[in-house]
Ligand binder design. Structure first.
Ligand SMILES: Cc1cc2nc3c(=O)[nH]c(=O)nc-3n(C[C@H](O)[C@H](O)[C@H](O)COP(=O)(O)OP(=O)(O)OC[C@H]3O[C@@H](n4cnc5c(N)ncnc54)[C@H](O)[C@@H]3O)c2cc1C
Length: 377
């Protein structure tokens, strides 16, 4: 299909009433569609494989190459069409499973994910292992054809609304820490799993703790080899960091130029906004070039560079926005503030936490120093 064909298809398939509203749908049995008209758009995308355009057709995708997928994405963005499906299943797990899963695992999990029948969460961090992820302590004991999982995860985004988890577990407590880890998939709706949800600084309640008490996981859902999960975990992190760098998880702050017009301006704020917009434009071009060069842009540890720059740029943008808005940017609730103003405050606060997700800036700098620049430990 040409770029024009994608535009024509999106124009015909996406109902006017859901355009430009920033709607979001993560699929799965616990998430409602955000609008009745969204169903038509979602079904049309599922039929064409456009919920996961780059996945192979046999697994629910459209088999598009990077350039074609970008043309489709551009066509959607141009008219404000919402992404039909979004979440860790499509952005992180799917690509990882395509690389490391067996045919049986791909056939069981990918089509259901592409059709939005199941949604996923990420079970990596634990109370004692965030930045030092390889120190994780959740155990999985070998019981022949299944593992018995005991332990807990924290900061598990959206676990209360997810059907399945991709989870790092320790299968060999005696091995050096990176070498005793395995990568498991299991359903959350089963005996032994407890999920608790708690609130974040911006007021919404996305974070969870997940507790595992003798959870039975068939070995058919071990991805890769036992004790070789660290390699897969790192690969998935590259997909995660790449998604963060594309701005896929964080709702972007509004236009600084519009804010300057609306709230008035001073020279320093204008210069700062201009510098941020220029850095942003340069970053987008660099990322697009890297995507061309690596046929997708997630093949290397350089994704850490993009994650670092993108999250810091977004943080500068949101700080600048609050600065321009002055006291209008400090509202939390009430009639005295417009909805957009309240939303700006919450985005700014959310971003404070979001800079940590996928590994904080210090951790990205460590990866860049070691893996990209080859500096010694
Ligand atoms: C919005 C959000 C969503 C998240 N979603 C998920 C999820 O779905 N699933 C999941 O598993 N986890 C998730 N996380 C957890 C996230 O991966 C961890 O918070 C992150 O890895 C940091 O770990 P920590 O919170 O334990 O902080 P720590 O590791 O305790 O770090 C605290 C501080 O010390 C610094 N630091 C630590 N080690 C070093 C070092 N070697 N060099 C320099 N500085 C260092 C850090 O940069 C940080 O500033 C999410 C986090 C956020 C904020």
């Amino acid at each position: 299909m040409t770029n024009e064909d994608y535009r024509a298809w999106v124009a015909a398939a996406c109902p006017q009433e859901i355009r430009g509203r920033g709607l979001n749908y993560t699929g799965g049995s616990k998430n409602a569609l955000p609008d009745p008209a969204f169903r038509r758009w979602f079904d049309a995308c599922v039929e064409r494989g456009f919920t996961v355009p780059e996945w192979p057709v046999e697994y629910g995708g459209a088999g598009l190459n990077t350039k074609q997928a970008r043309a489709l994405g551009d066509a959607m963005r141009e008219v404000g069409a919402p992404l039909p499906l979004f979440g860790t299943g499509t952005t992180m797990l799917g690509s990882t499973l395509l690389e490391y899963g067996t045919d049986d695992q791909k056939a069981r999990h990918l089509p259901r994910t592409a059709r939005g029948e199941i949604s996923w969460c990420q079970g990596y961090s634990e109370p004692g292992s965030g930045s030092d992820l390889a120190a994780l302590a959740t155990r999985a004991e070998d019981h022949g054809d299944y593992y018995l999982v005991n332990g807990s995860k924290i900061w598990t985004s959206g676990a209360h609304r997810s059907d399945w988890i991709f989870c790092l577990v320790r299968t060999d407590p005696e091995a050096p820490k990176q070498q005793g880890i395995s990568f498991l998939l299991f359903a959350l709706d089963q005996p032994g799993v407890t999920v608790r949800n708690f609130a974040l600084i911006h007021g919404a309640s996305e974070f969870c703790e997940a507790f595992f008490d003798d959870v039975k996981v068939p070995k058919t859902d071990l991805i890769g080899q036992p004790n070789d999960g660290w390699t897969i975990a790192k690969r998935l992190l590259q997909y995660e960091r790449s998604s963060v760098a594309k701005g896929q998880f964080l709702p972007r702050g509004g236009s600084l130029a519009d804010a300057l017009k609306h709230y008035g301006t001073n020279e320093a704020a204008r210069d700062n906004a201009l510098k941020i917009d220029m850095d942003d434009a340069a970053f987008r071009l660099t990322r697009a070039r890297a995507a061309e060069e690596t046929k997708g842009g997630v093949g290397t540890f350089a994704t850490s560079t993009f994650k670092l720059i993108s999250s810091e740029l977004e943080s500068r943008r949101l700080d600048a926005m609050i600065n321009i808005m002055g006291t209008r940017g400090l509202g939390w609730t009430g009639d005295g503030f417009a909805d957009k103003e309240l939303e700006a405050t919450r985005k700014w606060l959310y971003n404070k936490g979001f800079m940590i997700a996928g590994g904080r800036s210090e951790i990205q700098r460590n990866v860049i120093a070691k893996r990209v620049l080859g500096l010694p430990d």
